[in-house]
Write a protein that binds this ligand. Structure first.
Ligand SMILES: C[C@H](O)CC(=O)C(=O)O
Ligand SMILES: [Mn+2]
Length: 347
């Protein structure tokens, strides 16, 4: 049976990232009004889940990650009441977001909390996942940089999150490094090894232009939630472009409930005009995928290039070589200075 035949009639939920992962290329400066306009457009197009917070999740506003145009609470209180059908989620990275921020977000009316850790550090998520469940939220464990661990390790970590109470587990290609086979192996391991009622999700980055192909591979292997960003607005070369994924899903008979033309219009009329620069595959974002480097490092590396004259691409390659992970943004400056030093020694 061909993949298209096998997927016909399969129901999945897409989760929009343009107002959370899309905060990275916007330096977290999306205004409350822009959040409201885009979220209403997504809701009207039939997107069932929309994420709203600082790019680095609840509590991300800081010197390390950058301050946002408004607080997480202001964004959530503005957007949640406008939704007719869509549910709003928030991301939380333990160590950045606190349980108090999770309670605040629940009080604002989020329906879903996604607790994200590096793919080998699920044990730090216990408190937040347990609280998410206690608050009656759709509680998701989100294993970042999943390319850095093999499928059996991803399953081991996913089982921890499931044991804490997560009802859905994501394998997350934060670097946009994975190829369809890598995604399929991880999703398959989760599908075989987790409880049948636990949902599986996939979050991709489009740095190697694999966002759509990887997401289809994930659905084929059993994922029922797929992250996409309208207009592709996300870190690096962006996330799986929502409107493209929806069009492909429709062609394959995968049921998303999203209106294909309406979502194209949201991308073209609302999200793309908001971009400070085209979110696309260029030599720097391509390097993220090629070197396995965390997509959110892109703008930090570009800033270091401006400051020290060291090419962002060289910095990103070195960050990948050192196997750095999310949260190590402060190392970008050290790497730039090391490269500068090595360059002057060589001259
Ligand atoms: C905090 C990151 O932006 C989370 C994410 O979207 C990823 O790891 O990818
Ligand atoms: Mn991401």
């Amino acid at each position: 049976m061909s993949a298209t035949t096998r997927l016909k009639g399969r129901k999945i939920a897409v989760h929009d990232m343009s107002l959370r992962d899309g905060m990275h290329p916007k330096r977290h400066q999306i205004s409350v009004e822009q959040m409201k306009t885009v979220a209403v457009g997504l809701d009207q197009a039939g997107v069932p889940l929309i994420e709203v917070t600082h790019g680095d999740g609840l509590g991300g506003a800081s010197v390390n990650y950058g301050f946002a145009a408004a607080s997480d609470e202001d964004y959530l209180r503005a957007v949640v009441p406008l939704m007719k059908r869509a549910k709003i989620s928030a991301l939380l990275l333990p160590g950045i977001g606190t349980v108090d921020e999770l309670r605040m977000a629940a009080d604002c009316g989020i329906a879903c909390i996604r607790v994200a850790t590096h793919c080998t550090e699920a044990d730090v998520s216990e408190q937040h996942i347990a609280l998410g469940r206690k608050l009656g939220l759709d509680t998701v464990g989100f294993l970042m940089m999943s390319h850095m661990a093999d499928p059996s390790k991803i399953l081991e970590q996913a089982r921890l999150m499931e044991s804490y109470g997560a009802n859905c587990i994501y394998t997350t290609d934060s670097a946009g490094y994975m190829l369809p086979e890598d995604v399929a192996e991880r999703v398959d391991a989760l599908r075989q090894g987790l409880k049948p009622e636990t949902e599986i999700g996939f979050h991709g980055h489009h740095n190697l232009a694999m966002g759509v192909a990887n997401s289809i591979a994930a659905v084929t292997a059993g994922a029922s939630r797929i992250d996409c960003a309208c207009g592709g607005m996300g870190a690096g070369a962006g996330n799986t472009p929502m409107e493209v994924f929806i069009a492909v899903a429709e062609r394959m008979g995968i049921e998303t409930g999203v209106d294909t033309f309406r979502i194209m219009d949201v991308a073209e009329d609302l999200v793309t005009p908001m971009m400070d620069f085209p979110v696309r595959i260029d030599r720097n974002s391509l390097t993220l995928g090629y070197a396995g480097t965390y997509s959110s490092f892109l703008l930090f590396a570009k800033r270091a290039e401006k400051q020290y004259g060291v090419p962002a691409r060289d910095i990103l390659v070195e960050m990948g070589r050192r196997k750095t992970v999310g949260g190590q943004e402060d190392m970008i400056e050290d790497v730039a200075l090391d490269l500068l030093k090595n360059r002057s020694v060589a001259v």
